[in-house]
Design a protein around this ligand. Structure first.
Ligand code: ZN
Length: 194
């Protein structure tokens, strides 16, 4: 049974490269939803939108069509985000978030997927982020039942770009050049997944 399922997942991965020309970019939170945890100093929603805008610019330069689930500081429900994603054909969804924890020492980058079709894209993004952004802890690529990942019919991944509750990482995320590196890494991973 193990060999059989291992072979099945190999086939899934081997055949999961798909042609897409559209990237749905989903900046986490927005409006009344700041993201993060109560009392958090650095606002997740603003940094997520900033990285998403930089990612949009990179992907457009690469000739991809982009759709933003929000392009301003507005509240968009998870249902509406999924509806935007599911209205697209030949598309993938990349959700941009920053992490938070009550334990201030928590740090690093992690990328999530739910459906196996999105696993290769998640792996590419995680690898490229760690390569382009030095001194970041690798928290790995993991399946998780996040709503947008479960409900999107297009392959969907969610990137946690670093912990805003970690003093060192939070300070780093406030630097525009660092957020540009994050966006550039995600963009080149998305381009390589086509
Ligand atoms: Zn978030």
């Amino acid at each position: 049974m193990f060999a059989r399922s291992a072979f099945a997942s190999f086939l899934l991965f081997a055949t999961s490269a798909f042609a897409f020309n559209t990237v749905v970019i989903d900046p986490g939170h927005g409006g009344k939803d700041r993201g993060g945890i109560p009392g958090q100093r650095i606002s997740e929603k603003d940094l997520a939108l900033d990285v998403a805008r930089r990612l949009r610019s990179d992907l457009r330069d690469a000739g991809l069509r982009t759709v933003m689930t929000r392009s301003r500081d507005t509240f968009v429900s998870l249902q509406d985000r999924v509806a935007i994603a599911n209205a697209q054909r030949n598309a993938v969804l990349v959700s941009i978030h920053f992490n938070a924890a009550t334990r201030g020492s928590a740090s690093g980058i992690e990328t999530y997927y739910f459906k196996s079709a999105a696993a290769p894209l998640a792996a590419k993004i995680q690898t490229r982020l760690l390569k382009n952004v030095s001194n970041e802890e690798n928290r790995g690529v993991k399946p998780h039942r996040y709503y947008v990942l479960r409900k999107s019919r297009i392959p969907a991944v969610l990137v946690e770009c670093g912990f805003l509750t970690n003093n060192r990482e939070g300070a780093r995320c406030l630097i525009a050049a660092h957020r540009q590196r994050l966006a550039d890494a995600i963009a080149s991973a998305v381009e390589s997944a086509r």
